[in-house]
Structure formats: C-alpha cells, structure tokens
Design a protein around this ligand. Structure first.
Ligand SMILES: *[C@@H]1O[C@H](CO)[C@@H](O)[C@H](O)[C@H]1NC(C)=O
Ligand SMILES: *[C@@H]1O[C@H](CO)[C@@H](O)[C@H](O)[C@H]1NC(C)=O
Ligand SMILES: *[C@@H]1O[C@H](CO)[C@@H](O)[C@H](O)[C@H]1NC(C)=O
Ligand SMILES: *[C@@H]1O[C@H](CO)[C@@H](O)[C@H](O)[C@H]1NC(C)=O
Length: 798
C-alpha cells in the first residue's frame, strides 16, 4: 500500500512539474471543472468570475473570452453573469473514445492587462451505450462426439462506454447443454466461452438455438444479444461398401437406347447424410461417358448411346460411391457387348464378263469376294448359286470366289442365264445378300439353216403367165445375227434334160419361187429340183431341200377321135347284118383327150341319126349298138353324128360322123351282152358287166386301156322300177368305184354318179367326187417315154 502511494505521489510530482513549466508561460495554475456528457446546451459548468476573483463588470470590460485548445467552441462565457455554459451537447465517446479521463483544455483570455487563465473540463461518462454484437447470428458446428467440458470461444460484444458502464458480463439463454464461462484477456477485456456441459446427439437434436447476452455494468445495466445456432454434426465413421467388387453384365449390341443395363449398389452404415451415397463414374473415358449414364442416387446404369460390337466388344467402368461425408469406395463394372447378327454379308464384284462364247467349257464369268462384319457364326458365310444352272462357284484365294461355266453352253438352247449369287451367314437369324448377274451366251455359227420341210410339192395350173409366183420355201437358222441370215439358191439338177434355169427362178432373200415361162401339162407333168439355204456365218453352213413342181392339168384339149378316122377321103363304113339281134354292137367310137383326170374323161352322146331310135350310143364307152331287131323296112344307109365330150370345166367336145350300112346276113354280136331279162328286173337287181376294150394306135405309142366296169344296181323301190327300167334321173349315191390297176400304180376314185336319159342311152353324169382329195398323180417322170398304161375300172352301184 505504501509503495503504491509513493509511486502515485511521484507521478503527480512529475505532472505538477510539467504544469508549472506551462504555468510559467501562463503565469497561472489550471482550474478544473467537470461536467457529465450529454448535458443540454447552455448547461451551467462553473461561475468563472467567482473562480477567477474578478468582478462581473471586469469580465466584459476586459473582453474575457474562452478559447479551446482544439479551436472548437464547446463552451461560452456569459459576460452578464460570469457563468461558463455548454455551447453544445458533449459526447464523451465522440470526443475521447476509450481514453479516460476525457479532458477538454481551454483558456480564459482577459485584456487590459492581458491575462491567461488555464482551465480543463473533465467530461464524465454516462451509460448511454449498450453492448452490441457484430453478427446477429453465430453459427457453430459441433460434432456429436465432442467431449463434455470442451469450450468454444465466442465472439465478444462491444460497449463504447467506459468503466463500469462498459461490458461487464455475458450470459446465455437457459439450456441443458451449454453454459458461459467469462475469460479475461488481462487487459480489462472479457470474452465469453461456451462450455459443453452435456454431450450432444445429432440423431436426438441436430441443432440448438441459444441467445448470448452481453451486459454492461451501468445502472441500470444495458444489454445486447446475438443468436447462436449450434449444429450438431453427425460423424462419418463408415465408408460406403459395394455389395460386389466386380459387376459383370452382357448386353446385346442391339439393345435400345435408354435401356437399363445393371444396378450397382453400395451400403453405408452411417445415418443421415453420411449414409447417403451418390454414385459416379470414376475416371471414365469419353467413350464410356457417351455410352453409359449412372443415376447418382439409385446406381442404375442406362445406355445413352447404341452399342456396336464391331466397334467395342467390352467396357470396363470404374464406379465410385461417395457418402455425404466424402468417404468413397469403388467397384468395377465389366460390360460385355454380345454380337448379334446385324451385318448382312457383303459381296464385292471384282470383275464380271457378262458375255461368254457358246461351246466353251469352264469359262470365267465373275470374280468376287465376300465378307461379313459380324463375328463368330454371325460372320461365317456360305456362298451358293441356283442348282439348275450350268455354272459353279469355285473358292479361290481367301474369301474370293470365281463363277465359271460348268460345261460348254449352247446359245440356241438358252442364250441368257440369270445367276443369283446368294451369300448367307450362319447367324441367327440368317442374313443373306444376293447379287444377280445376267450372263449372255454369244453366238457361234454352229447351226445350219433348216428347211421347214424336207421336200416341197407345189401345184399350179398349166398355161400360167410367165414369172408367176408358184410358191415359196423357207429355212430358219437358230443361230443369231449374221449366223442366222439365210440366202436361198437353186442347186444344179442331176437331170441333164431338165432346163431348170429357164423354168424356175428363186428370190435369194425371200425364197419365193417363180415360173419363168408358161407350163404345159401335156408336155411336162412334173419336175423336181433342189434348193439350197446358206447362212452368212463364217464359215457358212448350208442345207438343201427337194422341190417337186406338179403341173395341174387345165382342160385345154378337146377330145380327139381315134376311130373311126375322120379324114374325109375315105370315110369308114360299118356293116350291120339285118339279122343282127337287138343290142348288136355296131361299132365303137374311140376317142382320147390329152388332158388328164376329169378333163380326159369322155362321154358319148348320139346327136343325130338317120333313123332315130334304131341305134344307141353308150355314154361311157362309145359303143354303138342296135336297139331292136332290124327289118326289111329299115333303110340301108344310116348316118349317125356322135358328140364326144370331156368332163372338164368348161367341157370341150368334138363330133364324129358314123356311116352304117345294113347288109343281109347274120353276124354274132361283138360281145355277148347279158340279157336284161324282165325277171331280173323284177328280182330288183340288175347286174351289168361291161367290158370295154379301147385300143388306139398312134405313130409313137400304143395306148391300151382295159376298162372293166361292174355295175350293180340295186333299186330300192321295186314298184317304181316295174315298167320303167332305167328310169331317167335316178340318182345313185354312195356307190363304190373300185379301181384295181394292172399297171404299176393304182388309184381309187369315188364319185357320185347320176344315170340320165332313158335306158337306151344310159348317159352318166359325174356329179362330184366323194373322196374330197383328188390327188393328181402321175407315175412317170419322163413324159417322153412311152407309157404302158392299163387301168381297169370296176365299180358297183347300189
Ligand atoms: C455475471 O452474471 C452472472 C449471472 O447473472 C452472475 O452469476 C455473475 O456473478 C456475474 N459476474 C460478475 C463478475 O458480475
Ligand atoms: C433375267 O432377269 C431379267 C430381269 O429380271 C429378266 O428380264 C429376264 O427375263 C431374266 N432372264 C431369264 C432367262 O430368266
Ligand atoms: C435377283 O434375282 C432374283 C430372282 O429373279 C430376285 O428375286 C431378286 O430380287 C434379285 N435380286 C436383286 C438384288 O436384283
Ligand atoms: C396328144 O398328145 C400327143 C403326144 O404328145 C400328140 O402327138 C398329139 O398330137 C396330141 N393330140 C392333140 C389333139 O393335141
């Protein structure tokens, strides 16, 4: 105690010494005044006149003034009273801050004589400021494992007042976990410390709200508050743990976009945020991040791009699970892409020869390669073409194949082949690719022209106009192009007598045949020649055919009477005995016709007679017979005119005159003629046998025809026939004409024949042939040779 007072005394002595030094300047000691801060203006501080021992009047006469050291007029002097008054409200905190004591120095100045009085005004503190915290709220994070007694230094508050008016104490709102401990800095400053009094439990109470109160020592005390928010922190003592360290999944490459791939899952034993796991790809490549995405909360992995086995077969993905406390764990996801057969095989043609020659085996058509981008069976391919084609595939180098012809091909059989190369892979489903090649077989002249017939028979009529088209031949060549161009020609004939070149010409292109001159059936009935057809190939191929020209007869010859001779000098006279029986054969008109066939068939007809009814002429053989017994009354000389007519269209005829003289005497009939007895007529059947012998003599040849005609007439209506034998206009239909030749050839004719006229004349009329085709026929080739020709007709009429 003593020492302290001694020290204080010394301090004061030093101060006094300092003040005395200054007083020596002023000559006066300093007067002390004091006033509380925040006093109103014009508040009384002191009466200066009394303090300085001056009269009030003296103050004004000596112009007393108050001058502050800081040249601010905090004070003024009332010259009437000599009172020193406050010129303004003084704020200690503003004037002096934390400096204590707060002193304003001023002088009182007097003139006449000049005199200074020093004085000081002490400004006393009042409790006009409350403690304040800088922050309205303080956040404190405190782990739940914090041990009891742990202190948390809190922010201190401030109070501008000094001394006991300054900050004195802190308190905290009532709670069960914390209390406040005041810590002194040693310099009069105190700090609040929050002390944990009871352990925290995040799961029970995750946060606390407390109010920290700062108190000053004024009377009454002022206070300031701040909110303290205490978050009770959970502690993260467990890292996430994956259920598997390695996940493996197989995904088809055609899995659609957005498909779920797999779900990875990790567990964290911590609760709350520390147990909350978020999944991420860890150090994933750009490719992985483009292809997959992971849901951070569920751990589901989805596809975000299409997979392509042909590009990437597998992905190794690191997945990290991180909890709310930052602890993490990793796993590996292995995604294997499964190939599906999504690539069809490909065919690349290296070379194609689409035109190959015929008749050549093993010709190369195409070279091609195949490939399939899939793997395994999906990428294994088989290559085939149609079975029914004369082509085959040959594997060559690596995946190359050649398409070649199996055998020599015949363009004429098939000129075009569509080869479909089918390449199939062995995947499921099988994919195939087809490539079509059209192969054309080019022509080689390997076929001769072929005539449409091996031989041609042309008919026409004789007396044709020259240069008449008589027919045409044609040949085809199954080759193509010039190999198929056919030209026709006449070939040299073997017959030296046939003047072919003057008879026939041929159009080389069309094959039309022309008769160069008029043909005469009677001279040349038929002839043959050979024609050739040749193609334009190299070398050319040719073939030939036979053409037979048959001249068709025209009725251009009149009948020609051979007997009796008609040269007027010595007409023939037939002698007939008067005793001749009825039916006596007087004579026979013999005539020929140089035409043929019907045109040469002759019929005879009595045109005129000296005594009509005495003689009859058989229509078909020209026999002249008596019709009754002759008598003395009949004149001796008779003249008959007989018309000989052919069966042509139009018919041609000639007449012959017969001279007959009746003579006395007997004579046998020329030929016995079967009686046409009434009995036989009544028996309703009549058989007539006619034997006609016709002979003619010419200078060059003997022409003999023996005609045997058997006529059998059957009459249907017996009554109609009685008394009307050989009734005119009886038609005989469906009778058979049988021709059996004794010559080298024979021919059958069947005609519808009509018996006209009465029984005496027995005229036949040929109505129409029953066999429709009436071939013209001539057995002999050489007309110059004599023809020994014998025909016998046998025809029965029913
Ligand atoms: C501070 O305040 C508390 C509670 O009001 C009281 O117990 C304590 O004595 C005070 N401390 C001082 C130094 O005044
Ligand atoms: C080949 O195919 C073409 C086009 O499809 C067709 O016109 C032609 O007739 C076919 N040829 C054969 C021989 O099938
Ligand atoms: C190939 O030919 C076949 C049979 O004619 C046909 O079905 C197919 O469509 C063709 N393919 C192509 C690619 O032309
Ligand atoms: C009939 O033909 C022969 C032989 O060619 C001939 O001699 C005769 O003169 C011809 N007769 C007539 C009338 O034309």
């Amino acid at each position: 105690m003593e020492t302290r007072e001694v020290l204080a005394l010394r301090k004061r002595q030093v101060l006094i010494l300092f003040v005395l030094l200054r007083l020596s300047l002023a000559g006066l000691e300093s007067r002390r005044y004091s006033v509380a801060e925040e006093n109103e203006i014009d508040s009384f501080v002191a009466n200066l006149a009394r303090d300085l021992g001056l009269r009030v009047e003296e103050l004004s006469s000596r112009e007393a003034r108050v001058v502050s050291d800081d040249n601010k007029n905090h004070l003024h002097l009332d010259l009437n009273t000599g009172d020193l008054l406050l010129n303004e409200k003084l704020d200690r905190e503003e004037l002096c801050g934390s400096t204590e004591p707060c002193v304003l120095h001023f002088q009182v100045l007097l003139k006449n004589p000049l005199q200074f009085f020093r004085a000081e005004l002490h400004i006393k503190d009042i409790n006009d400021n409350s403690p304040t915290f800088l922050d309205k709220e303080i956040l404190l994070k405190i782990s739940e494992i914090t041990t009891i007694g742990t202190t948390f230094l809190m922010e201190s508050a401030q109070d501008l007042d000094i001394g006991s008016n300054s900050l004195q104490n802190y308190t905290i709102s009532p709670n069960s976990h914390f209390y406040i401990k005041i810590r002194d800095s040693g310099e009069g400053k105190i700090y609040p410390e929050l002390v944990l009094d009871k352990s925290l439990d995040h799961e029970e109470e995750s946060e606390l709200r407390l109010t920290l109160i700062a108190l000053d020592g004024g009377s009454p005390p002022r206070s300031g508050t701040t909110m303290v928010l205490i978050k009770v922190l959970d502690i993260n003592d467990n890292a996430p743990e994956f259920s598997q360290g390695l996940y493996e999944v197989q995904v088809m490459e055609d899995t659609p976009l957005g498909s779920w791939v797999i779900t990875v899952s990790a567990k964290d034993l911590d609760a709350g945020n520390y147990g909350k796991i978020s999944y991420t790809f860890f150090h994933a490549s750009e490719d992985i991040r483009k292809t997959f995405e992971i849901n951070p909360t569920s751990g589901e992995v989805h596809l975000r791009a299409l997979l392509d086995f042909e590009v990437t077969q597998s992905y190794t993905i690191n997945i990290q699970a991180t909890d709310g406390g930052g602890l993490s764990e990793k796993c590996i996801l292995l995604v294997k892409v499964l190939d599906i057969n999504d690539n069809p095989p490909e065919v690349t043609m290296s070379s194609i020869t689409s035109r190959i020659p015929e008749n050549e085996a093993e010709t190369l058509v195409a070279v091609f390669s195949v490939r399939d981008q899939d793997s395994g069976d999906n990428g294994r391919v088989i290559c085939s073409i149609q079975d029914d084609l004369p082509f085959m595939l040959k594997p060559t180098f690596k995946n190359f194949f050649t398409l070649i012809s199996k055998k020599a091909l015949d363009r004429e059989m098939k000129a075009e082949y569509n080869v479909t190369i089918t390449v199939t892979d062995l995947g499921t489903p099988r994919l195939k690719t087809q490539h079509n090649i059209t192969v054309w077989i080019s022509d080689v002249n390997d076929n001769a022209p072929t005539f449409s017939q091996t031989s041609y028979t042309l008919f026409i009529s004789e007396n044709n106009s020259p240069a008449l088209l008589i027919g045409s031949i044609s040949a085809t060549d199954i080759d193509s192009g010039t190999n198929a161009q056919v030209t026709y020609s006449l070939l040299p004939t073997h017959d030296p007598h046939l003047p072919l070149a003057s008879l026939i010409s041929i159009n080389a292109d069309s094959g039309h045949l022309f008769a160069l001159r008029s043909l005469d059936y009677e001279v040349l009935r038929e002839f043959e020649f050979r024609v050739g057809a040749e193609d334009a190939g190299s070398p050319a191929l040719s073939s030939e055919a036979l053409v037979r020209v048959v001249v068709v007869d025209d009725n251009d010859n009149s009948p020609f009477v051979l007997y009796p001779l008609q040269n007027g000098s010595a007409p023939c006279t037939e002698l007939v005995p008067r005793a001749a029986e009825a039916g006596y054969l007087v004579t026979k008109v013999v005539a020929v016709d140089n035409d043929s066939g019907q045109n040469s068939w002759l019929s005879y007809q009595l045109l005129k007679a000296t005594e009509p009814g005495l003689f009859s002429v058989w229509a078909h053989n020209g026999e002249v017979r008596t019709t009754r017994l002759l008598s003395e009354r009949d004149v001796a000389k008779h003249r008959l005119v007989v018309l000989v007519k052919d069966n042509g269209e139009p018919p041609m005829s000639t007449t012959v005159t017969l001279h007959i003289v009746l003579v006395d005497g007997f004579s046998q009939p020329y030929l016995p003629l079967p009686e046409l007895s009434p009995d036989e007529v009544q028996d309703n059947s009549l058989t007539i046998y006619l034997v006609i012998a016709l002979a003619s003599i010419s200078s060059l040849f003997l022409f003999s025809v023996l005609l045997f005609v058997a006529v059998r007439l059957c009459r249907r209506n017996r009554a109609a026939l009685v008394g009307r034998s050989l009734v005119p206009e009886i038609h005989f239909q469906d009778h058979l004409v049988d021709v059996s030749g004794t010559g080298t050839r024979s021919q059958s004719y069947q005609y519808e024949v009509c018996l006209t006229g009465d029984s005496g004349t027995n005229e036949f009329k040929f109505l129409k042939p029953i066999i429709p085709n009436l071939p013209v026929y001539d057995s002999d080739r050489n007309m110059r040779e004599s023809i020994n020709f014998q025909n016998s007709f046998g025809f029965s009429i029913q």
